[in-house]
Ligand binder design. Sequence first.
Ligand code: GLC
Length: 741
Amino acid sequence: MKQSELVDLLGRMTLREKIGQLVQLDGGCFGTDAVAVGPRAKLGVTQEDVDVCGSVLNVLGAEEVHRIQDAYLERSRLKIPLVFMADVIYGYQTCYPIPLGLGATWDPELIREDYNLIAEEAVADGCMVTFSPPVDVVRDARWGRCLEMPGEDPYLSSRFARAMVEGFKGDGTPQKSLASCVKHFAGYGAPEAGREYNTVDMSEWRLRNEYLPPYRAAVEAGCDLVMTSFNTIDGIPATANRWLMHDVLRDEWGFDGPIITDYAAIDELRAHGVAANRREAAKLAMNATVDIDMKTPCYAHELEALIETGEVSLEQIDTACMRVLELKNRLGLFEDPYRTCSPERRTEVTCTPERLESARKTCDEALVLLKNEGGLLPLTTGGNAPCVALIGPYANSRDIIGMWAIHADKTHSVTLAEAFAEVLGDDGFAWAQGCPTLDDYSELGEFGKIPAFGAPTGEGADLETMAAEALELAASSDVVVMALGEHMLQSGEGGARTDITIPAPQKRLLKRVRALGKPVVLVLFNGRPLSLTDVIDDCDAIVEAWFPGTAGGRSVADVLFGTVNPSGRLTVSFPHNVGQEPLYYAQFSTGRPAKTSTHSGRFVSRYMDCPNDAMFPFGYGLSYHTARYDNLRLSADELTADGVLEVSIDVTNEGDIAGTEVVQLYIHDKVATRVRPMLELRDFARVELAPRERRTVTFILREEALRFWTPEHGWASEPGAFEVMAGPNSRDLLVGEFELV
Ligand code: GLC
């Protein structure tokens, strides 16, 4: 439809129809009458509200989309199609590793390709907009939603935000292009104490330098919507925060697409205590230029009265409504209300071998080797293969797709045991669960009783028998692979924890296995950085598998048996102790830096009972080859505002197998008008090296990479001395110096 036709359409809409476009209801409201009465009544909406609403939340399935769209258009006066939106976060039916794992690939190009495959699979089954990518910077491992984010660094997260939005968008052809919605704007990853939905409070200096960049990268990459976050910023909930939504997002960044709230967030303005009633809540959100009310009746039932009193203008409604109509027009819905989805199309593209292979390749790059004492890994296969015991709740589990894979088909998940059998043969290993995931599942609440969310199996099993079976298996083996980790509901939304260690029954089993004196490989399944202090000495090798997705079992086997030389590198810091949280590598010096202060030992920035640093730092990961980094050199010792500085470093694969290095480049602004982090990531390169190959990696540094935000000057660099560092992670770095002049 041409723009002029959209304007004409808007002119023919009644006020109620315009407001309707600003309302998003869940699929329950669109059921057949008998079914829908309950959800509608619970939400407080009527059939009339349903008949004019603009979009549908989390309904998928081509058949259901067709049914709802047909029934809706049948009743629609102006035949304006619904738009169907859902959470397709890191996969649809084919599930990739959780974004913490995707980040660990340090391979945005690969993720861009993956996200286009995800788009095609989701579009085929009726998804038109995905509430993804989530790119909240995360620095507190207590927060459950670390799972969904690329990591703790704004630069790296910005690279992934761009790749994910462009991946979803693809070449724009309807069947392979999904509208994206960056979230959660803004700063949702910094709740006090890591507690879900808790207060966020930080200076504008920190917000702009460390938390806003990934959202801006998504906007610049062309994301179609922005979702408001549940938290406050500067004492005002984001959903009511005009400065954030209008002044920054729209005026400064030029975003003119729809802003949609998070789930029920307008109504929650009452709970926040900034709105006395739904009418005030609707007014605050509309005046913050929020366009779509997700799953509350506030806009549907309060806006007309606000217009009558002049507290909200008709122009505001027209502007918001036009944003929604333009989104629908960009999606081609006026020409094809189903947007090519069909059961046949779904069958054609879902969980194809190409997709499953893509998920496996990505997962191969996502796994992080954290420890490999004595080169225990890779395990040999074939004639002289050791007898392997595979033990733990994740030994043969399909619950390896993470909490937000709500549309994934778990039956496609390849378990560790199945993958081991493919490599070793059924007789080449044996597995045993050994213990339940948790001692007490009640902490998981009602969700924990749902099979799709990992409800416990084998209720009432004799735990000592389970353990004895596993211990007997371990005693008769040459090496034990322990598949342990968090329950899938211990991370994700609502998954904040104060204890970020491996659950107790699993630790007890690990200790008993260790007491047998066998070599132990620990494979971790988790949705956050863990504290591994109480298990690190019980394992000779540790592989971080995250929630690895549909192909997870095969990827873990690929790494354990050496088909793949691991290249994953952490994008979040793993603490010694939860007491260190929030923990991140880009720390500021403080006036009393622990390692260099002139003050006496006690009176420096330190803990009495724990190191300051991470146990496993940002950028860290091992491989089966060893690499040497040397000969860091700069093309000059000065950089001008319009110049370039070449920073080169030599990397040598000292091993006898091919491998990949993730060469990382950091800067440090030594003196500035505001404190600057001791190091900040500014570039990286994945480098594939043949055995014994030496390669020079050169980065190009420009003045804009040195800029930071201040209230006085906005984004600007400041002349002076800089350090530039390069190496395999944020700790083992070679350092050079230059002047910005
Ligand atoms: C949830 C999440 C958000 C999701 C939305 C719709 O509460 O915060 O990430 O997109 O609701 O399901």
